[in-house]
Design a protein around this ligand. Structure first.
Ligand SMILES: Nc1nc2c(ncn2[C@@H]2O[C@H](COP(=O)(O)OP(=O)(O)OP(=O)(O)O)[C@@H](O)[C@H]2O)c(=O)[nH]1
Ligand SMILES: [Mg+2]
Length: 552
């Protein structure tokens, strides 16, 4: 190695991939010791690392992986020897992509330790063939000429030319959505659509989607190594700053993927937690979200302190080190106990309020349903209220109650609740359990369904399963097919019959009368199966109604 040392401090001319003297000395040494030798060379021509491998491979140290920001090429090329003058291997090309190297170069060692061929590969901009990199034709070392600095700069400018994130404003970060599934394509499309809505509602732009159907998930990276390479290239080409997985990741997976890709990695729970954190307004809502966040954080905190700093969350201190970590863990645990105590006393207060209400004997009708189904809109239209209702998931987090006077003159308390979603993160479910348990006070549930959603039957099952988990399956319910204004009347009629439901448009008060009647009917205030039709001449005929008990 001493023979190479004199080259280390010497700058390689910036226009050269490697100087012929260094190449020759390295090839000779490689031949003698029967090992591959490699260099990481930066754009100023300085050797940053020297790595000695086995006769077949070299491992580029992790240390070298932490130097550049996302998007651009790393600013270093890797030049190494190949003992039998063989071309670049699959591992070489994977490293080129994973590390976003400027160039991957192999110098062949000839049969008597002489300089043989040079093999060069570089990354490609986004292309219709979906290729990530290209290998140049093998050339005898002495015949090879490349204006290295110009070439690398050109490649880099081509790759980043159309990258939206480079021109995008900071307020709208770009993400790559990674969706791994083991189910049918049809269902997958809907899930991806839903994930996109969750992401965009957070002000993040989905720049690209990577889908992979997997029977077995890779324990470390979720997807296989080949796919992860594609993900990195796609992120590079699209200018994404973060990867969002449409599934839950283990703390180890988050750490491994972010280490490998050098990108911010979010999973589904974290995404939903972030949304909840933004939308919680009431004291109880805020406490519940913070509890869920802290409980999500705890196992991740002991894995890595960088996860902590990435999550932020207003808990304060960050940084590595055992003692620091222990302090962080203790503080998080203390905060969890504190919040749990607070939530308990709040719940106690609410139970007292509810007891008062039940003494007043006013029946409670709770609106439940999938997120964005139109629950708050229904409450607003029925009771002339102004609860926030927007076309984005999880607009409502806090329970809202309003009095509703039915046409027969009797009153009920109508409550609007947090919407449900498939694969509701367990931590959130637990944290919101006290809110959801208020549904036990309900005498009747109005299950609101967005009939215009392509997967509305799936959504019904998700909601029904959550209700069953809350042991609410015995509470009588009315199925309300909402947004029927978006469907042809004959389809509304068919669906109402099929689901034994009331078909309405929550935006249009004139269509809501059947709900009024159905509530009165199910509360036993009307003769069984009688529907009250208010004869005020102004009433449009209901979109559809069935007063039968729903079959599920
Ligand atoms: N076309 C149509 N849009 C509707 C109808 N009802 C609600 N919407 C729209 O659907 C979107 C969601 O309505 P919300 O009332 O906020 O839904 P939600 O079920 O309360 O949603 P979360 O609180 O987020 O769970 C809003 O943009 C509403 O204007 C309807 O009958 N027809
Ligand atoms: Mg709502």
């Amino acid at each position: 190695m001493a023979r190479l040392e004199r080259f280390y401090r010497r700058r390689i001319p910036v226009e050269r991939v490697i100087s012929p003297e260094l190449a020759r000395a390295t090839v000779e040494l490689s031949y003698e010791i029967r090992r591959q030798i490699g260099f990481l060379i930066n754009r100023r021509g300085m050797i940053e690392s020297v790595i000695v491998g086995t006769d077949r491979q070299l491992v580029i140290p992790l240390l070298a992986r932490s130097r550049s920001g996302p998007r651009l090429l790393r600013g270093v090329r890797f030049v190494h020897t190949h003992l039998k003058d063989q071309p670049l291997t699959k591992d070489d090309l994977t490293d080129l992509a994973l590390l976003r190297l400027d160039l991957m170069v192999a110098i062949g060692v000839g049969p008597s330790g002489d300089l043989a061929q040079i093999f060069v590969a570089h990354l490609l901009p986004e292309n219709s063939e979906g290729k990530t990199c290209v290998e140049l034709a093998p050339t005898p070392f002495h015949a090879f000429h490349m204006e290295c600095q110009d070439f690398v700069q050109f490649v880099e400018s081509e790759i980043t030319k159309d990258v939206p994130a480079l021109t995008a404003t900071k307020e709208r970060p770009g993400a790559l959505l990674v969706s791994v599934f083991g189910r049918s394509w049809g269902e997958q499309e809907e899930r991806i659509q839903e994930a996109k809505e969750l992401i965009t509602s957070q002000g993040i732009e989905v720049l690209d989607t990577v889908e992979q159907r997997l029977v077995k998930v890779n324990p470390k990276y979720v997807v296989g190594m080949g796919k992860l390479t594609d993900v990195i290239i796609q992120a590079l080409q699209s200018g994404a700053e973060m990867l969002i997985f449409d599934r839950d990741l283990t703390p180890t997976q988050i750490r491994s993927i972010s280490e490998m890709t050098e990108m911010k990695v979010l999973d589904r729970t974290q995404l939903i937690l972030d949304i909840f954190a933004k939308r919680a307004h009431s004291q109880a809502g805020k406490i519940q979200v913070e509890l869920a966040q802290l409980k999500y954080l705890l196992p991740r905190l002991s894995q890595t302190s960088t996860a902590f700093s990435r999550l932020g969350g207003g808990i304060g201190a960050r940084g590595p080190g055992e003692t620091k970590l222990e302090t962080d863990l203790r503080r998080v645990r203390d905060r969890i106990s504190h919040l749990e105590r607070e939530l308990k006393s709040l719940t106690k207060h609410r139970v007292q309020q509810r007891t008062m209400r039940s003494r007043n004997q006013v029946p409670v009708v709770s609106i439940v349903g999938y997120t964005n189904a139109g629950k708050s809109t229904l409450l607003n239209t029925l009771t002339d209220s102004h609860v926030s209702a927007k076309d984005r998931p999880f607009e409502t987090l806090d329970t809202v109650s309003r009095r509703l006077r039915l046409a027969i003159g009797r009153e009920v308390i109508l409550t609007d609740t947090v919407g449900f979603i498939r694969d509701l993160p367990q931590g959130l479910f637990k944290a919101f359990r006290s809110t959801l348990e208020e549904l036990h006070d309900a005498d009747l549930l109005l299950h609101v369904i967005d009939a215009s959603a392509s997967d509305f039957d799936q959504q019904i099952h998700v909601v029904e399963n959550i209700l069953a988990e809350l042991e609410l399956e015995k509470v009588p319910r009315i199925f309300v097919l909402n947004k029927c204004d978006r469907l042809p009347p004959e389809e509304v009629e068919f669906l109402c019959r099929r689901y034994q439901a009331v078909g309405v448009s929550a935006l249009n008060k004139k269509t809501l009368h059947p709900i009024d009647s159905a509530i009165a009917n199910r509360l036993g205030w009307l003769a069984k199966d009688t529907l009250l039709v208010k004869d005020d001449g102004d009433m449009e005929s209901p979109l559809c109604i069935s007063s039968q008990a729903p079959v599920f």
